[in-house]
Write a protein that binds this ligand. Structure first.
Ligand SMILES: Cc1cc2nc3c(=O)[nH]c(=O)nc-3n(C[C@H](O)[C@H](O)[C@H](O)COP(=O)(O)O)c2cc1C
Length: 182
């Protein structure tokens, strides 16, 4: 037996992995925000759709430079992800406030973040206006992973856990590995 909920009840598609999006202004200022509306959409080249609200500073910077990095988080980053998503780089230098260290990218001017599980260097290939947000179709130019916890075909979930966002202040993790037989 089901009950009908609002057609806008987007939480039915949560929890979702949450990433930190690092962006850079034309004149070199850095900003960072969490985003969970991020999805792979093609494999060769690897394309990723990222939905970013047009009022955010991240949106302004990505529009300016056409670059961003997608930084992959583990459960230890939950508090940080929440804080970075409840303040804007328009009001505070988030790198300075949270003691974040950039990690140089190989192909773009926008860095990743030191201390995350890994990050993807992206350039914007396409944009689609969706309501008050923009869906950026981003092409991966380089992928960096923590070699201690990454193996062929992905993250070793017995050694690390990927952070997921539920709703509001609730986060969860990929804490159990399920292997199917065939
Ligand atoms: C867990 C979490 C996930 C979020 N996911 C998104 C998202 O996918 N897209 C988006 O535009 N904003 C998302 N937000 C909100 C932005 O992170 C928030 O508006 C942020 O303050 C923007 O920062 P900025 O102005 O410094 O760019 C999320 C916030 C949290 C806490």
């Amino acid at each position: 037996m089901y009950v009908e909920v609002s057609p806008n009840e987007y939480h039915v598609l949560h929890p979702r992995p949450v990433y930190l999006i690092v962006s850079r202004s034309r004149d070199g200022r850095l900003n960072v925000m969490p985003a969970s509306w991020v999805s792979p959409v093609y494999d060769d080249p690897f394309l990723i759709a990222v939905s970013i609200w047009s009022g955010s500073l991240t949106h302004e910077y990505v529009m300016e430079t056409g670059e961003l990095t997608i930084n992959i988080l583990s459960e230890k980053h939950a508090e940080l992800a929440y804080k970075l998503g409840t303040e804007s780089g328009r009001d505070v230098d988030k790198f300075k406030k949270h003691g974040l260290k950039p990690y140089p990218s190989k192909t773009i001017s926008t860095p990743g973040l030191d201390g995350v599980l890994g990050f993807v260097e992206c350039v914007v290939r396409d944009k689609l206006r969706v309501g008050e947000s923009t869906l950026f179709i981003c092409e991966s130019k380089a992928v960096h992973v923590d070699k201690e916890v990454y193996e062929k075909y992905g993250w070793n979930l017995s050694k690390t856990s990927i952070l997921l966002h539920g709703a509001g202040k609730s986060f969860t993790t990929t804490s159990r590995l399920i292997r199917v037989s065939k």
